[in-house]
Ligand binder design. Structure first.
Ligand code: ADP
Ligand code: ASP
Ligand code: MG
Length: 410
């Protein structure tokens, strides 16, 4: 007997028929004698619908009430599934984030899980019931409802798996695993049998939305055995999916594991910033204090002049906030002008094999130049190379890089 957390995403619970299908999958695992905790997303489109309601009231909707509104979609899914399981003759009980409780930080809209009490979940499992928990939601130490950021149900599932010491955390979604690139955009992308935590972390943060980045982080730190599976193919033995695990358990000799594309970033350039110590610290600490994640940073070298230009990328959703911050710090960090470019795509190649293979960057740049694609900004780490290009060329760049690094290197 194993203890298993099964998470189902929005499309997997997108209609009553899909919820009945989930109920059958859960039943088949429960009937094998396992202890089962189910974590659910809101029905597909529901979170977007709720967000639009808040926008109809205000663009600056109160953050605490925002979480009250947008966490409600998950409550509907868990009630529907628990009842569908009852119809199947399985005893199930739903419990909401505050009832468990799942304690989070106070960063409404993108709170971090700080602790999960396992007593209630253990009690439900000891009673031989299936425990059904809404993903995405928690409660702050002040007793306010919080949410974990878009795609946050993945993180709820992994954190619950860690808290109750589950043997597996299975993420059921609308594709049958993690692919070398988004299978809905790159038709010849291949399913990976295994991928390392580190590679998955980079892939998720660089555009592969199949797993929320924090869920991979949480799995990595707590050593949670993570599997990505399809809810559309049933729970048969053919549905092997992808295992996300430690690098040393993976023997593949690949250099590049995945190619990702993200249209979620925008680029800010501060022109004519003074070239002296403390300036970059001031810019980036004020962004981080406001929870804005900066990704790429480029500062031009100023040989003769006393000023320089600083370029960086942030998520598009944070743009208006970042503009306000740059305005506020203008007295401390004078600059001539600020340029914004939202017409960009970030394309990345990722693979632990890059550590031991020289020349990958050179090959990447020649594939792009052969296809007339101009590179705007480059950033690298040990296991990834990211470039910024014009958004219109994103599909072509992803497909050409996938063709070169994955298909031709099989
Ligand atoms: P869920 O609603 O189940 O959480 P998501 O829509 O968040 O599902 O994530 C699944 C989607 O992730 C897939 O439909 C696919 O288009 C996209 N995706 C992007 N990159 C990848 C990848 N490398 N492998 C698999 N899916 C990917
Ligand atoms: N319902 C939330 C969202 O759409 C959380 C999730 O699905 O993981 O982002
Ligand atoms: Mg998701």
């Amino acid at each position: 007997m194993s203890r298993i957390v099964m998470k189902f995403g929005g499309t997997s619970v997108g209609s009553v028929d899909r919820i009945k299908n989930v109920s059958n999958i859960v039943q088949s695992v429960y009937d094998e004698g396992h202890e089962v905790v189910v974590v659910l997303s809101a029905m597909a489109g529901e979170t977007d619908r709720l967000i639009n309601l808040t926008k109809d009231i205000s663009d600056d909707f109160n953050k605490e009430e925002y979480d009250v509104v947008i966490s409600s979609g998950e409550q509907v899914s868990v009630g529907l599934l628990a009842a569908a399981l009852h119809e199947n003759g399985i005893s199930a009980k739903s419990c909401l984030g505050w009832q468990i409780p799942i304690i989070t930080s106070k960063d409404h809209k993108s709170a971090r899980i700080e602790g999960i009490r396992s007593d209630l979940i253990n009690k439900i499992l000891d009673d031989k019931k299936v425990c059904v928990i809404p993903g995405f939601q928690g409660i702050t130490s002040e007793g306010r409802v919080s949410t974990l950021g878009r795609g946050g149900s993945d993180t709820s599932a992994v954190a619950i798996a860690a808290a109750i010491k589950a043997d597996f955390c299975d993420i059921y979604t609308d594709v049958d695993g993690v692919y070398t690139s988004d299978p809905n955009k790159i038709p010849d992308a291949k399913r990976l049998d295994k991928v390392s935590y580190e590679e998955m972390l980079e892939m998720a943060s660089l555009g592969a939305k199949v797993l929320q980045t924090r869920s991979v982080e949480t799995a990595m730190t707590n050593n949670v055995a993570l599997r990505v599976l399809s809810s559309f193919e049933g729970a048969d033995k053919e549905n092997i999916g992808t295992i996300v695990e430690e690098e040393d358990k993976i023997n593949d000799q690949r250099v590049v594991t995945g190619v990702t594309s993200s249209l979620n970033d925008c680029k800010i350039t501060l022109i004519g910033v003074r070239d002296k110590p403390g300036i970059a610290a001031k810019i980036f600490s004020s962004l981080s204090e406001n929870n804005i994640n900066v990704d790429m940073i480029v500062q031009n070298i100023s040989e003769r002049s006393k000023t320089t230009d600083i370029t960086f990328t942030i998520p598009k959703d944070d743009l208006s906030n970042a503009e306000k911050i740059m305005d506020l710090i203008k007295d401390d960090v004078p600059y001539e002008s600020l340029l914004i470019d939202s017409n960009i795509a970030k394309i990345s190649i990722i693979g632990v094999g890059m550590r031991s293979n020289a020349g990958v960057a050179a090959k990447m740049f020649s594939v792009l130049s052969d296809n007339d694609i101009n590179i705007d900004v480059i950033s690298t780490s040990e296991i990834k190379i990211s470039i910024l290009i014009n958004k219109e060329q994103a599909e072509k760049a992803t497909s050409m890089l996938h063709q070169y690094f994955i298909n031709e290197n099989e």
